[in-house]
Design a protein around this ligand. Structure first.
Ligand SMILES: NC(=O)c1ccc[n+]([C@@H]2O[C@H](COP(=O)([O-])OP(=O)(O)OC[C@H]3O[C@@H](n4cnc5c(N)ncnc54)[C@H](OP(=O)(O)O)[C@@H]3O)[C@@H](O)[C@H]2O)c1
Length: 251
C-alpha cells in the first residue's frame, strides 16, 4: 500500500487532502499542531469509510529541532503499521496566515511566519526525503499571495514565494531519484487560516468572490483535488511546476 504524509491534516485543505487520499486507497500519516480532536476525527473517517490505515502525529513546523525525533517516529509507524521502511508522497501543507503592515512588522512576527511556512517545510523535507521511495512525489502548498502584492502580507507572501522557488530547486536536485516536486498556489479558501478570518468576518467573502472570475472563493476540496492529481501517475511527466488554483482570482 502507498503511504502519504500530509502536514497540517487536521483542518482545512490538509484535512480534505487526507480524506481524498484515503478514498484512493492510500495510507495516511497526517500531522496536527493544536487540534488533536479534529485530527482523530479525520483518522476515524478515513478508517471507517475506506478500510485504510491512517495515523495522526503532532508536529510543530516552527521547531526544527524536533524534526529528527518526528522522522524517527514516522519510521517506527511505517514499520509497525505498513511493514514499510519508506513512504511515497509528501504534502507540505501545514502553515499559518495573517498580516501585519510592513512599517509595523516585528522580527518576532516575521520569523514566526517564515519559520512555520518556509524554514519548517524545508528542513522537515530534508529529514523525510532520506526514506522517501525513489519515484516519490512532493506537493508544496504555496499561495497566490506569493505572486501578488496584498498590503500587510509582505511576510506571508514572501514566505510562500520562497516555498515556490525552493520547489523548483528541489525538483532538480531530487530528479536523479525520479522524485517529482510541484507546488500549488491557492487563492482565498474558506478554512481556519488566519484564526478563522472568514468565519469571524463573513463580510470579507463577497468582495473576494467578486474579484474571482468563477464568482466564489475556494473550498478545501477544490485544492485537495489538485493535490491528488499532482501526486497521481497521470501527472508523471510534470515536475517543477506551480499552478494557481483560485477560480481566476484577480484575473
Ligand atoms: N485558506 C486560504 O485562503 C489559503 C490560501 C493560500 C494558501 N493557503 C495555505 O494552505 C495551507 C493550509 O491552510 P488552510 O487554509 O487549510 O488553514 P487551516 O484550516 O488553518 O489549516 C492549517 C493546518 O496547519 C496546521 N498548523 C498550524 N500551525 C502549525 C505549525 N506551527 N506546525 C505545524 N502545523 C501547523 C494546523 O494544525 P491545527 O489545526 O491542528 O493547529 C492545520 O492542520 C497553508 O500552508 C496556507 O498558507 C491557504
Amino acid at each position: 500500500m502507498k503511504v502519504a504524509i500530509v502536514t497540517g491534516g487536521s483542518n482545512g485543505i490538509g484535512k480534505s487532502a487526507a480524506l481524498e487520499l484515503g478514498k484512493k486507497g492510500i495510507g495516511v500519516i497526517l500531522t496536527y499542531h493544536s487540534d488533536q480532536e479534529s485530527a482523530e476525527e479525520v483518522i476515524r473517517e478515513i478508517e471507517k469509510n475506506h478500510s485504510i490505515r491512517a495515523i495522526a502525529l503532532r508536529l510543530d513546523l516552527s521547531k526544527k529541532e524536533t524534526f529528527a525525533d518526528f522522522a524517527k517516529n514516522v519510521r517506527t509507524n511505517l514499520e509497525e503499521i505498513w511493514n514499510r521502511k519508506t513512504f511515497d508522497y509528501l504534502v507540505n501543507n501545514g502553515g499559518i496566515g495573517g498580516g501585519m503592515p510592513f512599517d509595523e512588522m516585528t522580527e518576532e512576527y516575521f520569523y514566526k511566519i517564515f519559520n512555520t511556512n518556509f524554514v519548517g517545510p524545508f528542513f522537515l523535507t530534508q529529514h523525510l526525503i532520506r526514506f522517501m521511495e525513489d519515484g516519490g512525489r512532493i506537493v508544496n502548498i504555496s499561495s497566490s499571495s506569493s505572486r501578488g502584492s496584498f498590503p500587510g502580507y509582505s511576510a506571508y507572501g514572501s514566505s510562500k514565494a520562497a516555498l515556490t522557488s525552493w520547489s523548483r530547486y528541489l525538483a532538480k536536485e531530487l530528479s536523479p531519484r525520479r522524485i517529482r516536486v510541484n507546488s500549488i498556489s491557492p487563492g482565498p479558501v474558506h478554512t481556519n487560516l488566519g484564526g478563522g478570518v472568514f468565519d469571524k468576518h463573513p463580510e470579507f467573502i463577497q468582495p473576494l468572490a467578486d474579484q474571482t472570475a468563477l464568482g466564489r472563493i475556494g473550498s478545501p476540496i477544490d485544492i485537495a483535488h489538485t493535490i491528488v492529481q499532482f501526486l497521481s501517475d497521470e501527472f508523471g511527466w510534470v515536475t517543477a511546476q506551480d499552478i494557481e488554483v483560485s477560480g481566476g482570482f484577480l484575473l
